[in-house]
Design a protein around this ligand. Sequence first.
Ligand SMILES: *[C@@H]1O[C@H](CO)[C@@H](O)[C@H](O)[C@H]1NC(C)=O
Ligand SMILES: *[C@@H]1O[C@H](CO)[C@@H](O)[C@H](O)[C@H]1NC(C)=O
Length: 223
Amino acid sequence: MVSLPFFAFIAVLPYALSLATPRQAVDFFDPTLNGGSMLDDAGDGLGEPLNVIISSLSSPDVLTESGFENYAKAIGFSTECLGIHIGGPQSANLGDGNGFVNQTVELRQDYGDATLGTCLESLIGGNHLRLYIQNGPDHNTGALFLAVSKEEDAEENHDIVPDGYDIGRDQLSANAIGTTSFGGVTYSTTGTNITGLLPAGSDGVNHDIATDGITTLLTVTIV
Ligand SMILES: *[C@@H]1O[C@H](CO)[C@@H](O)[C@H](O)[C@H]1NC(C)=O
Ligand SMILES: *[C@@H]1O[C@H](CO)[C@@H](O)[C@H](O)[C@H]1NC(C)=O
């Protein structure tokens, strides 16, 4: 015979489980559902596509600014050349209740040298990213949204190469997927493509460069 305490246990089980579940166990929140946009604001009424998302289901240590910078170094990016920043910040509205917020950090391809390689990127061009964190009061998922693009060299004023958004996204994810490490931390990264978040084409896109409308979702686990 089943005892009363057993029924009491069954009754509180869903409640206990909901307490044990992370606050928002989702990869990310779609910014467009709460007044945000999958294009950032480049300051000229146009924007760069947020074409890579690091899932909030990644290891929590990857989802901080310093944790992300270490991960970025593992996949070929670093802080800007000697801390010298080229160009103004861009802002994004991730629909998380924070409204438009400036990029947290801007990183460049480091050509295999985390200290000086980004100086080379500044000269010869290469891959480039801006980071935005979805951490506002409405949808505090912790997901990282990246605007990734491949740039021309300095003589071309750091414009984006033709097809540079899709190329930048694919280069970053190709470097990221699989096993990588930096600074004694090893990462295992999986990726999937999402369509329907970003419209394909060049409407509203800075430099009038069309994209295929794909956002790549990366989930990064520290192993
Ligand atoms: C972004 O930073 C610039 C320069 O520091 C500042 O003028 C601007 O108000 C900031 N924008 C936002 C949305 O915080
Ligand atoms: C996403 O789509 C692009 C374009 O088709 C492709 O090059 C890339 O390999 C795909 N990435 C993943 C993780 O499937």
